[in-house]
Design a protein around this ligand. Structure first.
Ligand code: ADP
Ligand code: MG
Length: 701
């Protein structure tokens, strides 16, 4: 057994200079309980204290600078909230203003006219004047030695600062701790990896991540720690995926395909795209492998995922197994049901629909036919994972629009089978960047439909301000006159928010006035589900020409005759949502349009989003832009994945590193799945440390 109880598990109060009070603060404010955790509390940036600048050389892009000079005079000016202490520091090239709004009285006593100081802070320019607000000050004396290297800046809290645990305080403790324990920091990556990538040793990387002598060493330290972080994450994800391919997760083997062949030959309504064919081959391979399939199917809106799902269900059907397809909303389940029924009827396959509003009698019938196995394909909502539904032999479960279903719900489905774990196909139209998919869905294999069916015309997207509204309405009228339909969507941040609702209703009224005689539907979150459904169906059937709605129509709804999507207050939507909404049009043969309405003034982010939408129709490009804009934290599915705990890596920027780390993890686990080779002992030890930490955490929470 490896010994992982070492000096780094020592309680933090035993560190010289800490004591019970500071220990408590470190526990409570930063979650630091041990030596090891203090060392793992890395600075979030470094300040360059090797360089001094002259006032005359300052420019606006500089982040933090050090300036040496003599304090000429100081004064307290202003009153109330704008009361401030201003001091004037002069060097041989110019004058720098120093300003404080807080701690004025104390500072006024500390700093003295005629004394020379080193000041440190972020320079700002006001006209010809340079100033630094709340600079750090140090008196220049005979002993002032320039602190070498880059100075680490640590996160602390206000409470900590009052007890001497500001960034400098933390830095001091960390430095002392590192000096004493440096030799005991153990390597966590095999020698051959260090060599291959020219990485620093773990010891050096940790030391330089805190106290680098220069920016190059800091970058080297970061590169290693970043790689290590992603590598161990991928090791865990890949190992868990491999674990599923053992006895416990055997999958049914689906080898026969007579019905599928018949469908292919006689009833396929169109030629499949190459991407669709490829995905079907990938799925078929999984289904014949003897192991449970866990596959994510990514395909942009309109790329034709439904037919792929149907074909996969036929494979199950040809092998005496049942399939279900789950949709996130009732309307979507209904649409899937109708779409699939059309295909199914042609080949004499029965299919049914189960949702929350299925009547009791029908419900009993479905329960029975699922149990005796006579019903082969069922479409539904969450109702499907309720305890009472019982399949004779569930062989395939398709989950549409994955982001609405949690991991727990996916797992609940697995239990509903008597033979083996069902094959799982998760379909999503929210393209998440590949880097993120590899992490969030590290336990899933990924297939991509990266090609739209032939003959689709790319949607034309434009940006209009409220001042153009009449012209926009005029355009909608022309489209309706050509026999087409239009969506007008309003933002809804919170379904219950009164403001949003009023906004929608105002909009609806003005639209009714602008389009006299045109039948108009409205759908929003406050309506009863059956009313919503009714209105939706009217629009689907073409009885109404305009659909005024909140984002309830966002996902999946298919009305090929709709050619215009107007999005009101579009600056309020996120990129993923805008892309989803736009995907509601462009589903037929006609040219479609998306019009993004905004006010006159836009924030920087808002402008970026609108420009991105106007520039491209490609979901992956949009997803990448989204990742750059927001970081991974806000993207669906990331919460459970642990990627938010990344300290060094940034998935938006480190795609390359992630690829390398993943490839390496895959290679290692393929060659040495139990990490038995001597050279991999270091990896095993590190995993044991992680495991220990996790159990500790689960005990606490
Ligand atoms: P999504 O991937 O967004 O779920 P759908 O499966 O709803 O897309 O397909 C969108 C539309 O494209 C549907 O009307 C469908 O019948 C049609 N479609 C799918 N695949 C093809 C194809 N290979 N050629 C032509 N039309 C197709
Ligand atoms: Mg769909």
């Amino acid at each position: 057994m490896t010994n992982i109880n070492n000096i780094f598990s020592t309680k933090i109060e035993f560190l010289k200079g800490v004591g019970p009070k500071k220990a408590e603060l470190l526990n409570k404010e930063l979650g630091i309980f041990t030596f090891g955790e203090l060392i793992a509390h890395f600075p979030f940036r470094h300040e360059d204290r090797t360089q001094f600048y002259r006032v005359g050389d300052l420019h606006e892009e500089m982040l933090y600078v050090q300036v040496k000079g003599k304090l000429l005079r100081k004064e307290v000016v202003g009153s109330g909230r704008s009361k401030r202490l201003v001091a004037y520091l002069k060097d041989e090239t110019g004058m720098l203003e120093l300003v404080w709004f807080k701690g004025i009285n104390w500072l006024d006593k500390q700093i003295k006219d005629g004394v020379s100081y080193v000041v440190f802070g972020k320079p700002q320019r006001f006209g010809h004047k340079w100033s630094i607000t709340h600079p750090e000050m140090e008196v220049i004396t005979a002993e002032t030695k320039v602190e070498g290297g880059l100075m680490p800046v640590y996160h602390t809290s206000d409470k900590m600062k009052t007890k001497g645990l500001d960034s400098k305080g933390v830095s001091k403790l960390t430095r002392a701790l590192l000096e004493n324990t440096y030799d005991q920091i153990q390597e966590t990556l095999p020698e051959y990896i260090l060599k291959r990538f020219h990485f620093l040793s773990k010891k050096l990387a940790v030391a330089y991540a805190h106290f680098p002598k220069d920016p190059t060493l800091l970058a080297d330290a970061n590169a290693r720690l970043k790689f290590e972080e992603l590598f161990f994450m991928q090791m865990k994800l890949i190992a868990s995926r491999m674990g599923k391919k053992t006895e416990k997760f055997r999958g049914q083997v689906f080898k026969n395909i007579p019905t599928l062949n018949l469908f292919y030959k006689e009833h396929l309504p169109f030629d499949l795209t190459n991407a669709q064919k490829r995905v079907i081959r990938e799925v078929f391979k999984d289904m014949t492998s003897g192991y449970q399939m866990n596959r994510l199917l990514q395909g942009d809106v309109g790329s034709g995922k439904t037919i792929v799902a149907f074909i996969c269900m036929l494979i199950a059907l040809d092998n005496e197994a049942q399939s279900c397809i789950m949709a996130p909303t009732e309307i979507l389940a209904q649409q899937h049901y109708e779409g699939l029924k059309e295909h199914a009827e042609k080949i004499g396959v029965t299919i049914d629909l189960l949702t929350g509003s299925t009547k009791a009698k029908k419900r009993r019938e479905i329960d029975e036919t699922l149990r005796d196995g006579s019903l082969k394909i069922i479409v539904g909502t969450h109702a499907l994972i309720e305890a009472k539904v019982d399949f004779k032999n569930l062989g395939l479960c398709v989950i549409d629009e994955q982001h609405r279903f949690g991991v727990a719900q996916r797992a609940a489905l697995w239990k509903k089978t008597s033979v083996a774990a069902p094959h799982i196909l998760v379909m999503t139209a929210t393209p998440i960047p590949r880097t993120l998919a590899m992490t969030v869905y590290g336990d899933l294999d990924v297939s991509v439909i990266d090609e739209l069916p032939a003959g689709r015309k790319p949607i034309v997207t434009s940006h209009r301000t409220d001042a153009n509204r009449l012209r926009v309405f005029g355009f909608i009228k022309e489209e309706i006159a050509k026999g087409r339909q239009a969506y007008i969507v309003y933002p809804l941040i919170e379904e219950s928010e009164k403001l949003d609702y009023n906004n929608l209703m105002d909009g609806y009224e003005s639209i009714c006035r602008a389009f006299p005689g045109v039948p108009i539907s409205i759908v929003h979150g406050r309506m009863k589900p059956e009313d919503k459904d009714y209105e939706m169906q009217r629009f689907v059937k073409g009885e109404t020409k305009i659909m005024v709605a909140t984002t309830v129509i966002e996902v999946g709804v298919n009305v090929p005759n709709a050619s215009v999507m107007v999005i009101e207050n579009s600056e309020k939507f996120g990129l993923a949502q805008l892309h989803q909404l736009r995907g509601r049009v462009g589903r037929g043969a006609e040219q479609s349009y998306c019009i993004l309405m905004t006010g006159k003034k836009l924030s920087k982010d808002g402008k970026f989003r609108i420009e991105t939408m106007c520039r491209t129709n490609n979901g992956f490009e949009i997803a990448d832009a989204d990742l750059k804009l927001r970081g991974p934290g806000d993207i669906e599915g990331t919460q459970q994945s642990g990627i938010l705990n990344l300290k060094f890596a940034d998935l938006g920027r480190d795609a390359q590193v992630l690829q390398e780390a993943r490839a390496l993890a895959e290679q290692i686990l393929e060659e040495d799945p139990d990490l038995e080779k001597e050279e991999h002992a270091v990896i095993r030890r590190q995993q044991a440390r992680f495991a220990k930490k996790e159990t500790n955490w689960s005990r606490i929470s």
